[in-house]
Design a binder for this molecule. Sequence first.
Ligand SMILES: Nc1ncnc2c1ncn2[C@@H]1O[C@H](COP(=O)(O)OP(=O)(O)O)[C@@H](O)[C@H]1O
Ligand SMILES: [Mg+2]
Length: 244
Amino acid sequence: MAQPPPAPTGSNLESLPGGADVELAHVSRIYQVGDGTTLTAVDDISGIFAAGSVNAITGASGSGKSTLLHLIGAIDRPDSGTVVVDGTDLAGLGRRALADYRRSIGFVFQRFNLLPTLTVLANVIAPVIPYRTGYDKKRRALDLLEQVGLGQRARDLPSHLSGGQQQRVAIARALVNEPRLILADEPTGNLDTATGREIVDLLLSLRDGFGVTIVLATHDLLITERCDRSMRLQDGHCVDDATP
Ligand SMILES: Nc1ncnc2c1ncn2[C@@H]1O[C@H](COP(=O)(O)OP(=O)(O)O)[C@@H](O)[C@H]1O
Ligand SMILES: [Mg+2]
């Protein structure tokens, strides 16, 4: 595994570990739809998302992007094939280890999914509220908000922010648990082009700063071009696997 680059100095963000190494081997996911009919949403996908790399999964709506992200995030299990993260096959993990694994991932969604009645700060802290952490949760959340350019908006409600700002909050929230892997499902899908580009710049800066591995589903070619690697899906198959 590549050595992670040094984390940004100042604040208490130095403790972020490096990125996860994700290896997919012949991964398939088959849904039962209707009586006796099956739909192969992800069909025999293999590939490596190397530690600290930024990877795009592209393809038309319904091509299997979200399903593949869910399999990598252990939100769902493959029907065949293996998802191996840092040498560990997720299929071999028990309940507690799987929960720990999910907690080591930052998720970012197209619709931001912020809790509307909580302040920006409370939204960022929310994922770690139930857990004992080695850091001061509030201090860390404020540092992350600073990092995404929203240090002044911590006490605001999400509805007072623009879409791009809400996605920045969601990215700060995704980082609060010191993730080694960020899975982003069409993170710019609800944003205009310029704002979407800013969000991608932010994600790329996270890779540069923390060495975190990023896998993002996107329709946007401009985003794909800026990633280290892209995997294009069509009807669940990988039809192109390229370094742009
Ligand atoms: N829970 C499910 N049950 C049945 N079919 C599903 C389910 N989730 C997704 N699908 C189907 O799997 C295919 C891939 O879906 P998805 O991964 O959401 O694609 P994308 O994210 O690329 O739009 C689609 O045909 C979709 O209808
Ligand atoms: Mg999707």
